[in-house]
Design a protein around this ligand. Structure first.
Ligand code: FES
Length: 159
């Protein structure tokens, strides 16, 4: 029963977002964006509601959600750690720092640790190229990533 109420709440909030945005040209992406802002991710149960409202198939909506990695299909962890993968960071060793973070956390990009502490995501330039390789932990940008900083970040997200 509680589950059903939760789903109804999600459907209602989804419909309100759709109502606000469906007049836009190409409303699907703004609607998905609005839903992710509202819930922190795009819950599965919103897909049929969006499909019905926009006259699309569920497969089409699902395809768009999975194509754009910005949309999460599961709630994010308590922290979100973004590692820059763009050129300036690549040329200063982001491959190695990324591999170290993934190894220490035991997850790949777009995954969340089992304890729910952190979600790992790639990002493409944080405007911090002069201090590459760069990262962003929640709202805080971090430059000159090295092994020590990575250890600090991992300890912080696990605290
Ligand atoms: S390329 Fe990584 S911050 Fe610009």
């Amino acid at each position: 029963m509680a589950m059903q109420q939760a789903s109804t709440g999600i459907a209602e909030r989804t419909l309100a977002i759709i109502e606000d945005l469906k007049g836009l040209e190409g409303p699907l992406l703004p609607i998905l964006h609005g839903i992710q802002e509202e819930f922190g991710y795009v819950p599965q149960e919103t897909l049929p509601v969006i499909a019905d409202a926009l006259n699309l198939s569920r497969a089409e909506v699902h395809g768009v959600v999975t194509f754009y990695h910005d949309y999460r299909s599961h709630p994010a962890g308590r922290h979100v750690l973004k590692l820059c993968q763009a050129e300036a960071c690549q040329s200063t060793g982001s491959d190695a720092t990324t591999a170290r973070v993934k190894q220490l956390l035991g997850i790949d990009f777009h995954e969340t640790t089992e304890d729910g502490s952190v979600t790992l995501e790639p990002v493409y330039c944080l405007g911090l190229c002069a201090c590459a390789p760069s990262a962003m932990l929640d709202d805080e940008v971090i430059g000159r990533l090295d092994a020590d900083k990575i250890d600090e970040i991992v300890a912080e997200v696990r605290a």
